[in-house]
Design a protein. Structure first.
Length: 103
């Protein structure tokens, strides 16, 4: 069975929220990456990557989060990440919490 994810983009006047729910892994990370790229293309003042609905994450999902953080720093965008218990567990196992813009 292929994991599923639901990705919704919610624009606001000066920001964009990308909300992902489900499993963030090698089968679904591209969906979130595409939504983030679309959000970033509009050059908003802030991008919120809301992962509070993520129930499972693998290394591909984690790599996508790290890449989004690096890209945000390089482009001057303001990315903030809302986590979930599943995402927190992987971030803490990899000891990268201080390197991500978590809120």
């Amino acid at each position: 069975m292929i994991p599923s994810i639901n990705v919704v983009t919610e624009p606001a006047p000066d920001s964009v929220r990308v909300l992902a729910r489900g499993e963030l892994d090698m089968h679904t990370a591209g969906d979130v990456t595409d939504a983030l790229a679309t959000a970033e293309a509009g050059a908003p003042d802030a991008v919120v990557l809301d992962l509070s609905g993520i129930t499972f994450i693998d290394s591909t999902g984690l790599r996508m989060i790290v890449a989004a953080s690096v890209r945000s720093r390089q482009n001057g965008n303001h990315l903030s990440i809302v986590s979930s218990p599943a995402v927190d567990r992987v971030i803490d196992l990899c000891d990268i919490r201080a390197q991500l813009p978590l809120r």
